[in-house]
Unconditional design. Structure first.
Length: 241
């Protein structure tokens, strides 16, 4: 059924091969020759001929950040929002809350290698959007809250457009609790060991140890950036509550 759907709708789907790291010239060609072959070779249980999949459920009153009261100045495909994480520029008072959250999210995504998030993509808030609510549908109680949803593109390598990518770059505003946790996970490859131990065997086989050890390397990169920032700025500027 999946192959039938691909042949029916695949030719209508816009496709850029550089977005998926492929040499194929069309979505259908990529889906049939790269994606489905990978699934058959690496993910289908040979004894049952079944494929385990994950499903995403859309949650009530969970909205894109830029549609909520926590929206920030943002232009698509433009890194101008990176400037707020440079202490010499600073964070305007009216957007401190969302940018503090985005700082933590950027750090999290960099370590786990999630290439699929930006302020306008996979960045969600529970509540915070009055016009998004539908009559008769329960809404989020209490004040708006940030939620971490959709880490499906993790373990892909350092996020291409992350301001953390550059060594000794301008990104110098971090969340103290998260950095304290990363420091604990720094010792004796703790992050790598704990991640690997908790992964199901099938996931270990699909990802391989390199993808997990790279998380430990990126964690080290983040902490080196923090240390660099602390040579230039006071601790209370670099490490926020």
């Amino acid at each position: 059924k999946l192959e039938t759907a691909l042949r029916k709708f695949g030719p209508k789907i816009a496709f850029k091969k550089e977005h998926v790291g492929s040499t194929k010239d069309s979505y259908l060609e990529w889906a049939e020759q790269d994606f489905l072959q990978f699934v058959k070779q690496r993910m289908v249980d040979k004894t049952t001929n079944k494929l385990e999949v994950s499903m995403q459920l859309w949650l009530t009153d969970v909205n894109h950040l830029l549609r909520t009261c926590y929206k920030i100045p943002y232009k698509a495909h433009n890194g101008s929002w990176h400037r707020y994480f440079k202490p010499e520029i600073g964070i305007p008072d009216n957007i401190q809350i969302p940018l503090h959250h985005i700082s933590a999210l950027l750090t999290f995504d960099f370590v786990i290698g999630n290439n699929d998030r930006s302020p306008n993509k996979n960045n969600y808030v529970a509540g915070g959007c009055e016009k998004c609510r539908k009559k008769g549908v329960p809404h989020h109680p209490g004040p708006p809250d940030f939620v971490y949803l959709d880490q499906g593109m993790s373990f892909q390598g350092a996020p291409r457009d992350s301001p953390l990518n550059k060594k000794q770059g301008g990104f110098c505003i971090f969340r103290r609790p998260l950095i304290e946790t990363l420091r604990k996970l720094r010792q004796d490859h703790t992050l790598q060991n704990q991640l690997w131990a908790k992964l199901p065997k099938k996931v270990q086989h699909m990802l391989g140890m390199n993808a997990i050890s790279n998380c430990q390397s990126r964690l080290e990169h983040v902490l080196q950036q923090v240390d660099y920032c602390l040579t230039k700025w006071p601790q209370e500027t670099v490490l926020l509550p």
